[in-house]
Design a protein around this ligand. Structure first.
Ligand code: 6R9
Length: 640
C-alpha cells in the first residue's frame, strides 16, 4: 500500500492538548530541567538533590528524593477529593463486573500491604505475581510498591517451568496466584502450575485469590487464601517513603539466549516517565476520559500503561479479563460502547485479527466515544493503521504508534496527538526529553533517507537500571555494541525518511540479507498485507545456497479470498515485487490457517525459520497455542 497521506490532529484536540510543540523546545534547551519539571508531577516526601548521576552505563535519577509509588498512584487522589472517581471498570470474561473507585482502591491496596507485611514481606523482598487479569493483580502490585518490595509479575499464560526459572532467578519468598481465570469461555487453572513452579524453590508462602471457584490443591502449611488474610486487615496503612532508586519491579523478557533477562526498574524516574508519557501521548483528561489499555499486566505495557502511568494520572480505566472473541468477536467493541471508552491502546497483531474478522463487526457498535487510538508492540503496517483509524476511530482519531521496550520502561518514540501530523506506519519522533538516532554499524548517524540501527543517545528517567543479578550481561547486551559513542543499542533496525521521521523495521535479527541486499521482514510483510486477499503475513529469511537468504512468507488469506493452489502465491509474489522491487519477491509463499505467536502476540519467526529450512522444530513452549505448528506443518506438502 502506497500511503502518502498525512493526518493532522483534529482541531478540538489541538486546542485542548495536554502537551504542545513547546515541549520539544523546552526539553532540548535543557533536558534535565525538563525531566525535573515532569518529576514535580509526582508527590515527593523529600525533594531530590541531584536530578541525574550518570556513570555509563549506570544511571541514577532524582537521588536524595523520597517517595512512595503507591501513594502517588492512589492516596494522593483520594486526599485531593477524588475518592469517588472510578479508577477501574473491571469486566470479567463471563460478564461479571466490578467498579473500583479510588477510595476503594486505596482500601484494597492498604489491606493487601498489611497482609503482605503479616506474611513477612519487607522492603527489598521480591514478590512473584502470577495472576489473571483481575483487580487483585493491580492491588498486589501496588501493595508491593507501597512496601518497597519489588514485584515480578509473570504472565498467567506462562508455563510452570517458566515461572520456576523466574522465581529462582529473583529468589522470591512469596508467590501471589489464583485458582485460575476465565479464558475462551472456561475456567483456566493457575494453581497447579504455581504449585509445580514453587516446589523446591525459596517460596515460603503462597497467597491465593479465589476467582473461578474451581477445586484446587491447597498446602495448609504454605498456602493462604487472599479472602482469609487480606479481607480481615485494617484499611489503613502508614506508608514508608523510599529512595527514588528503590527497586520497583523486575520483569523478565526474552533475549537472544535461552535464559530470560530480569529487567530491573526503580521508582522515581520510572514513575516520572510513565506518568508524563501517559499524559502526553494519550492526552488523558482525568475528569472526562475513559481509557482502555487492552494489554495484560504480565507485560511491560500493562505495568506502565494499566498500572503506574494511568493511576499516577488519576485515570478512569477499563480492565478486561478475557479474550477478544469471547463470547463473540464483537466483545471489544461492546466494551467500548458500554463504558464510552475514549482512548484505546492495543497491538497491531490484535488490529490485524480484527481486520481478518471483517469490517461489519465494529460497524455494529457505537464507537463514537473514541477520540484517540494507540498501537504498541511491533511495527504497524500502513494498511492496519488506516483500518484502525477508519473502522475503529471513525476516520476522526489520531493513531499514535508508540515505540518502546521492557528495557526503556516507558514510551520513547511516538507522535504527540495534539501536535504531530501522523504518518501511517511511522512512530515518527522521539518524545520531548528523549534522544534517539539511527546509526550505521560504525555508530555514525545516518542521513535522512538512510537506514541502520536504532540507538538512544542520552540516559532517560525510566531506563532499566540493570539485569537482575547480572551487571555484566547488562553492559554487554545494551552498551557494548556502540561503546565508543556511549549509545544504548535497542536491537531494532530503523530508517529515517526525508523528513527525519523514524520508521521501525523490527528486530535487527529479523533483517534478511538477500543477495547482499538488506530487506526487512516487516517491509515484505507490510507489502503482503497491503494485498486485498491477505489478512496477515509473517516473513522469514531462510538460508539459501545462492542468495544467502531466501524470503519465505507465511500468509493467512482473508475470508472470501481464493484459497489453495498456485494462483494466489504467484499473484502475491508479483505483488511484493511491485511494491518493493523484484529483489524482495518471496522465494516461497505458504498459505496457512494461523501463525505461531507468543502470548504477548509477537510472531515467533524462529519457528517459521525452522519450517522454512526443513528443520525439526525448536522450543515451542512459549507459544500461545502450540498446536498452531501442527496446522502449519500439515500445509507443507502444498508448499513451494
Ligand atoms: C512495549 C513492548 C520491545 C520490542 C522492540 C521492538 C518492538 C514495540 C513497537 C515496536 C515497532 C513499535 N516494538 N513497539 N516495533 N514499532 N511501535 O512491546 O515491549 O515486549 O519488550 O518489546 O517490540 O522490536 O524492541 P517489549
Amino acid at each position: 500500500m502506497h500511503e502518502n497521506r498525512r493526518f493532522a490532529p483534529p482541531a478540538a484536540l489541538v486546542a485542548a492538548a495536554n502537551v504542545t510543540a513547546d515541549a520539544y523546545a523546552a526539553a532540548s534547551a535543557d533536558r534535565i530541567a525538563f525531566w525535573e519539571e515532569q518529576a514535580r508531577r509526582l508527590d515527593w516526601a523529600r525533594p531530590w538533590t541531584t536530578a541525574l548521576e550518570w556513570e555509563p552505563p549506570f544511571a541514577r535519577w532524582f537521588t536524595g528524593g523520597l517517595l512512595n509509588v503507591a501513594v502517588n498512584a492512589v492516596d494522593r487522589h483520594v486526599d485531593a477529593g477524588h475518592g469517588d472517581q472510578v479508577a477501574i471498570h473491571w469486566e470479567g470474561e463471563p460478564g461479571d463486573t466490578r467498579t473500583i473507585t479510588y477510595a476503594r482502591l486505596k482500601d484494597e491496596v492498604c489491606k493487601a500491604a498489611n497482609a503482605l507485611a503479616e506474611l513477612g514481606v519487607r522492603a527489598g523482598d521480591r514478590v512473584m505475581i502470577y495472576l489473571p487479569m483481575i483487580p487483585e493483580a493491580v492491588f498486589a502490585m501496588l501493595a508491593c510498591a507501597r512496601l518497597g518490595a519489588p514485584h515480578s509479575v509473570v504472565f498467567g499464560g506462562f508455563s510452570a517451568e517458566a515461572l520456576r526459572n523466574r522465581i529462582e532467578d529473583a529468589q522470591a519468598r512469596l508467590l501471589i496466584t489464583a485458582d485460575g481465570g476465565f479464558r475462551r469461555g472456561r475456567p483456566s487453572g493457575l494453581k497447579a502450575a504455581a504449585d509445580e513452579a514453587a516446589a523446591g524453590t525459596g517460596i515460603e508462602r503462597v497467597l491465593v485469590v479465589r476467582r473461578t471457584g474451581e477445586a484446587v490443591p491447597f498446602a495448609e502449611d504454605r498456602d493462604v487464601w487472599w479472602h482469609d488474610v487480606v479481607d480481615r486487615q485494617p484499611a489503613a496503612h502508614v506508608p514508608e517513603y523510599f529512595d527514588a532508586e528503590q527497586p520497583l519491579f523486575i520483569l523478565y523478557t526474552s533475549g537472544t539466549t535461552a535464559k530470560p533477562k530480569g529487567i530491573l526498574h526503580t521508582s522515581g524516574g520510572y514513575l516520572t516517565q510513565a506518568a508524563y508519557t501517559h499524559h502526553a501521548v494519550f492526552d488523558l483528561k482525568p475528569d472526562t476520559d475513559v481509557y482502555w489499555c487492552a494489554a495484560d499486566v504480565g507485560w511491560v505495557t500493562g505495568h506502565s500503561y494499566i498500572v503506574y502511568g494511568p493511576l499516577a494520572n488519576r485515570a478512569t480505566q477499563v480492565m478486561y479479563e478475557g479474550t477478544p472473541d469471547t463470547p463473540h468477536r464483537g466483545r471489544f467493541w461492546e466494551i467500548v460502547q458500554k463504558y464510552r471508552v475514549s482512548i484505546l491502546y492495543t497491538a497491531p497483531t490484535t488490529i490485524r485479527t480484527f481486520m481478518k474478522w471483517g469490517d461489519d463487526l465494529p460497524a455494529g457498535f457505537d464507537l463514537s466515544s473514541l477520540r484517540l487510538l494507540g498501537s504498541v508492540g511491533e511495527p504497524i503496517n500502513p494498511e492496519a493503521w488506516i483500518w484502525y483509524r477508519d473502522h475503529i476511530g471513525g476516520g476522526r482519531t489520531p493513531v499514535v504508534d508508540t515505540w518502546w521496550q521492557t528495557e526503556t520502561g516507558a514510551i520513547m518514540i511516538s507522535p504527540l496527538p495534539g501536535v504531530t501530523d501522523c504518518k501511517p506506519g511511522s512512530a515518527q519522533v522521539a518524545l520531548p526529553g528523549i534522544a534517539a538516532d539511527v546509526v550505521d554499524g560504525g555508530g555514525v548517524p545516518v542521513p535522512d533517507g538512510g537506514g541502520g540501527y536504532l540507538v538512544l543517545t542520552e540516559p532517560w528517567p525510566a531506563m532499566l537500571r540493570g539485569i537482575w543479578g547480572d551487571p555484566g550481561r547488562y553492559a554487554d547486551t545494551y552498551w557494548s555494541r556502540f561503546a565508543e559513542q556511549g549509545y544504548y543499542f535497542a536491537g531494532d533496525g530503523a530508517k529515517k525518511d526525508q523528513d527525519g521521521d523514524l520508521w521501525l523495521l523490527g528486530r535487527v535479527d529479523d533483517v534478511m540479507n538477500v543477495s547482499g541486499h538488506r530487506i526487512s521482514t516487516t517491509e515484505v510483510e507490510s507489502a503482503l498485507v497491503s494485498h486485498p486477499h491477505v489478512a496477515e503475513a509473517a516473513v522469514v529469511g531462510a538460508t539459501d545456497p545462492t542468495t544467502g537468504q531466501g524470503i519465505v512468507a507465511f500468509v493467512i488469506l482473508r475470508g472470501g479470498a481464493p484459497d489453495g493452489g498456485a494462483a494466489p502465491a504467484a499473484e502475491l509474489r508479483d505483488h511484493v515485487a511491485r511494491e518493493i522491487g523484484p529483489i524482495a519477491k518471496p522465494r516461497q509463499i505458504l498459505v496457512v490457517p494461523e501463525l505461531p505467536k507468543t502470548r504477548s502476540g509477537k510472531i515467533m519467526r524462529r519457528l517459521l525459520r525452522d519450517v522454512a529450512e526443513n528443520r525439526s522444530l525448536g522450543d515451542v513452549t512459549t507459544l500461545q497455542d502450540s498446536s498452531v505448528m501442527d496446522l502449519i506443518s500439515a500445509r507443507l506438502p502444498a508448499a513451494s
